[in-house]
Design a protein around this ligand. Sequence first.
Ligand SMILES: Nc1ncnc2c1ncn2[C@@H]1O[C@H](COP(=O)(O)OP(=O)(O)OP(=O)(O)O)[C@@H](O)[C@H]1O
Length: 582
Amino acid sequence: MNMAVMNFIPRCRRMLGDGTILNRVIVFSTIYGLFEGVSIFALLPAITSLVTGQPVLGLGVTGWIVVLACLAVLGGVANYFQLSRGYSVAMFFIRVAHDMIGNRVATLPLGWFNKPLAGKLSRMVSTELMMAGEIIAHFVSPFISNLVVSLVVLVLTYTWDVRLGITLTVATPFFLLFVALSTKLNKKAKDISEPAEVELSNRIVEFAHCQAALRSCGRSANYSELTTANREWLRAKRKELWLNLAGNVVGNSFSQGIVVTLMFMSAQFAVGGTLQPVEAIAFIGLCLRYTQVLTGITDTAAALEDRRPVLDAIDEVVTAKPLPEPDTATPEPTPGTISLDHVAFSYEDGTPVLRDITFAVPAKTMVALVGPSGCGKTTIARLISRFYDVTAGSVKVGGVDVREQTTKQLMASLSMVFQDVYLFDDTLEANIRIGREDATMAEFHEAARLAGVTEIVNRLPRGWDTPVGEGGRALSGGERQRVAIARALLKQAPIVLLDEATSALDPENEENVVAAVDKLRETATILVIAHKLDTIRKADAIVQLRADGTVEDIGTHEELFARGGTYRSFWDHRAAAQGWQL
Ligand SMILES: Nc1ncnc2c1ncn2[C@@H]1O[C@H](COP(=O)(O)OP(=O)(O)OP(=O)(O)O)[C@@H](O)[C@H]1O
């Protein structure tokens, strides 16, 4: 019995939170297994009685027919309950796991969503949860009942004839071994060919998508990545074929060899005169049915093992550690301020991204972060929003360490307009309103006008009711950012984090965003990761970062410019590129 089977029941019990419902499935599967086991064994006395016309174990032919009929009816009823209980537990499991995933996801650190597992969440709550539910409905019950059937048949065969019982007992592990080996070989074959198949289909899609780029490089007729993927696929397919062949030989020939050996043994007992010929024939019938049951055990065990990754993934989500946070909001001594004190940070790979970062953003001021690409500007914004916790030092918002704030409290202080704006698959209006559900129509329209969303709406046939599509794909990158800015304006949070908010906008619409930022400055503190020289110059302070994630200098534009250094060369370089004159 493999680990998946051993683990599955306690695991399900833990996830369901209520063992009773699963116990019922186990009980009905066991009862069904008992009836089925007895009816398989009953073939021995029934056939013997039928052929000899003599009573066997105190029952004549009619008696055995009645016994078999009763067992069939009782087995049918138990099977019905086993299946219906299995289905209802499966449905219950899907519902519970769905809620658990939803509840857990809502408490996980935002940084968790950058993990590969997060990308699979939608698949998990749809197809994979169904697959996990299927495990209970289709595999656990049959596994338990088949196990009980085999035990009942074995024990009862001993009571009939000890030699037949021993023969069956000796044959069982060999049979199980060969069937399991065959399943393993076939699975290995699939594991070899599947990645090669995925790689090939990805390369074909890539080949189709990148036709323009490939043609411009003259590589459309000779795209080596596709040729290599095709070669690897053929190689993998060849291996798969050989392994399947080996699996079939082991599965069919060897396991059938065990059945033939069983037949041979019973024939030997009959020839030796120690077993009636009719008993030998009945035993052969029993053996055929028994080996079907054993095959059922290995098949369901293999199917459970196959689905283990699904359960592992669900488990990983529902047991992921939520952010430790206090139960109640902590009073903020200086609302609207941000301060970083000797902050150091590395992502999971351990490479330091930020080192000894110290700066403060007083309330209602605008501070610009500047520095080379990859120096950690976005990371600073993520730490302030507590996507991740710092490795050393502290980040304070409103004068309170973000680790001592509830998520609700921190999120109430911040509005975020990051580079990768994601909109909900809802209308334009709903996407802005989410900033503050109870905003008046006048406030809503003012925010939309300032961010330049009204312009977009006027162009759309369905106006405010236009659906933006999944992630906002019906809008351009610039339009999505304007919606996010309108949302931030409407939210009226005391602090706004702007990550290159204007970079995706075309020049005509940039004015709207500049106006929106000016408006935000009246009421909010702004920390902006700006590449626009105009925004940088207007900032109350500029934090100049080095490529190694340290602060080089802090000051106003005039101060930094006068000091020379990196800021001045950065400015001169950018101003020259944009044709600016100072
Ligand atoms: N989720 C992540 N996991 C691991 N490393 C990351 C992650 N996000 C960013 N990094 C790395 O951290 C460093 C800082 O990245 P960050 O995005 O903060 O830089 P940035 O200054 O905002 O860059 P840019 O101006 O190009 O947007 C980079 O080396 C980047 O590769």
